[in-house]
Design a protein around this ligand. Structure first.
Ligand code: AHG
Ligand code: MN
Ligand code: MN
Length: 350
């Protein structure tokens, strides 16, 4: 099996980027190897439980969130070609090699699904690589839309540690060989089938969803007796990396849609270090990634920690939901929920 380092060397040679990208990606893989070790040590390593602090999102930080963040920052800040690091756990970007004219910006969620840590569920890390240049006024603009990503990837610290990466045109997955301390290429060219009969969504939010999502899930749940004419399966790990990984490996659709649980938030997941990297991976694997109203990769970001609705996976299923949103927004279709009719508090037609 090909080693990650060999794959990267060949793959980066095929892109228009310099040698530096190779260093960035191999360092990210080595951070992931270190976080895997800490994660797998669990209680023995003293990594379980809360820090007693909150991050910028107002979320309780787990010890492993903080340790994983330190691992990324310690290693990535030593790389000359990197200008800035933007982490879920830090309010502001960490500027490194600030005087550079151009360089890489790395966005990352050091530990995703952290509510799973203390129950030994699957967690992972997510990252996204951009290149940036100083503008003519010498300002650095660190925010670009997801379509500008040069590379994106995530890891899962599950029964085995896996690293899924896209750089170039394909999505490739590697498995950590703990004896060699190397990632080996185990799943080349991952593809998502257009149709599927499996969905992942936090159903406890059902009453807060918008009607297009309620309609889609209702039809899935009606199974072979309903208009879909087939039974659907539901899976939810509560960790985006694990839920998206299942979609990549055996098809399906993952959703964290806009809801009215917290109307001031556009969605639950963060655009720059959760939605965009996953959207690039899903699209490169032949799937689709949308908010329901807009392609995720085309959203113009306004701040580092902004949230977005997420509907991604099998192309036919995502298109079906987009179709329901179009009909809902144009008033063309009657939707069941009285909560969303005209004069309701929840109506939000763009
Ligand atoms: P994080 O641990 O980085 O804050 O992200 C957790 C995310 C995501 O992984 C998952 O899909 C979602 O939060 C689950 O949220 P709820 O349990 O609140 O539904
Ligand atoms: Mn996360
Ligand atoms: Mn996180």
């Amino acid at each position: 099996m090909e080693k990650f380092s060999v794959f990267i060397k060949n793959e980066v040679a095929n892109t228009s980027n310099s040698m530096d990208l190779k260093v960035v990606l191999t360092t990210l893989a080595s951070c992931i190897g270190d976080i895997a070790k800490a994660t797998h040590q669990g209680a023995i390593g003293g990594h379980l439980g809360n820090m007693g602090t909150q991050n910028i999102q107002g979320e309780v930080q787990k010890k492993l969130d903080v340790r994983s963040n330190e691992i990324f920052i310690e290693s990535l800040s030593k790389i000359d070609s990197i200008i800035a690091l933007v982490s879920e756990e830090n309010e502001f970007p960490i500027l490194v090699n600030e005087s550079r004219e151009e360089g890489y910006v790395i966005f990352f969620d050091p530990l995703d699904g952290s509510s799973n840590i203390d129950v030994n569920g699957i967690v992972g890390s997510i990252f996204s690589v951009y290149k940036t240049k100083r503008r003519s006024d010498n300002e650095l603009d660190l925010l670009s839309s997801g379509s500008e990503q040069i590379a994106a990837g995530y890891s899962t610290y599950g029964p085995s540690t896996m690293l899924v990466l896209t750089v170039g045109n394909e999505v490739t997955s590697f498995t950590l060989d703990e004896n060699l301390n190397e990632f080996l290429l185990t799943h080349p060219n991952l593809r998502i089938t257009r149709e599927s009969s499996e969905y992942a969504i936090n159903s406890s939010n059902h009453r807060f969803w918008e009607p297009p999502v309620q309609k889609y899930i209702k039809e899935c749940n009606e199974g072979s007796e309903g208009q879909r004419g087939k039974n659907f399966n539901m899976r939810w790990c509560g960790s985006m990396v694990a839920d998206i990984h299942r979609v990549l490996m055996r098809g399906g659709i993952f959703m964290y849609p806009k809801d009215n649980k917290l109307p001031q938030k556009a969605g639950r997941l963060r655009l720059m270090y959760e939605a965009n990297p996953m959207a690039l991976i899903i699209e490169r694997a032949g799937g689709k990634a949308s908010t329901g109203r807009e392609r995720i990769l085309e959203i113009r970001p306004e701040n580092y920690h902004q949230r977005t609705p997420v509907i991604m996976g099998a192309a036919d299923e995502v298109e079906k939901i987009i179709g329901y949103y179009e009909k809902f927004d144009s008033g063309e279709l009657e939707f069941d929920s009285p909560l969303f009719r005209e004069r309701s508090l929840f109506v939000d037609r763009k």
